[in-house]
Write a protein that binds this ligand. Sequence first.
Ligand code: PMV
Length: 342
Amino acid sequence: MRSSAGTNTRNVVAVKQATALAHPNIALVKYWGKRDGALNLPAVGSISITLDTLQTTTRLQFDPTLKRDRFTLDGVDAADDSESARRVVQCLDRLRELAGVGTYADVQSENNFPTAAGLASSASGFAAIVVAADKALGLNLDRNKLSELARRGSGSAARSILGGFVELHHGKKPDGSDCVASALRDAADWPLAVTVGVISRKTKKISSTSGMEATRKTSPWYAGWVEGAESDLAIARDAIAARDFEKLATVSEHSCLKMHALALSARPGLLYWYGATVEGIHRVRELRAAGHAVFFTIDAGPQLKVVSEKSAVEVVNDALGEIAGVQDILHTGLGDGARVIA
Ligand code: PMV
């Protein structure tokens, strides 16, 4: 993996290292589509919850003896020409540029959940890399800058810098410096539970980036999606401020279904759901109709994520357990933002 910063003569002399931990997040009001591909600026703002027990741990070491960057994910070396390696090198280049160094890095990331299957591993992955590199290089960047740098790696990563309920602002500035995440509410303030029905562990065929780009170019409904985002965001902000579960449930399911309807309307249509995903939607709706505080959301993959009050976790677990295509059930709550752990 070659870095464009590799020719810089102001190399770090000693080995500098740090380890960071970050959690994936799940968008309740979804982002889909970019207004600027080069700067990775989303066309719409988004609101998410950061999770707790699912996590990425990244050990990053800038080492003057290295001849290239190395990126290892779950013990497997990423090929130099892979998309993930290219994005990691670009992210490191931005941090090296800020620090004025050219030293290559060894990056070892471990996820304790399935990678690249709609569980936002790129969100926790880039948040952890940025926070670890900031520490290792002694940059001491503020949360806004960390969020901006994480966003350049993956849009949703900007949100994993923070914990609890988080908004990624669409921003207005052409350079994207105001397209950063801010905290809406701490995790401890409204400790919701998330139950994930794992429906496939396969790596998805179409990445979020190519899926949303195809949608932007070909969906007849794309303009309507962008126009409708602001009112969904306003409703979700109010619901979170008032801890109004029903209101948050309604707007979140609406945003999820609208995003998938939009993706389906691309040419060719993007269908991320499996049969068990649809079955899960029906089960969650039945549970809510029966008075349980539950709602579903689904990202660019088949996994069904059920957000609920803690009191409903058992009933959700039982319902998902009865669906034949659900291979595994993960339980998590809401957690904190990305942080240095060593
Ligand atoms: O940030 P990306 O490129 O992983 O795209 C995220 C897209 C969704 O997960 C489907 C929605 C979102 O806002 O997280």
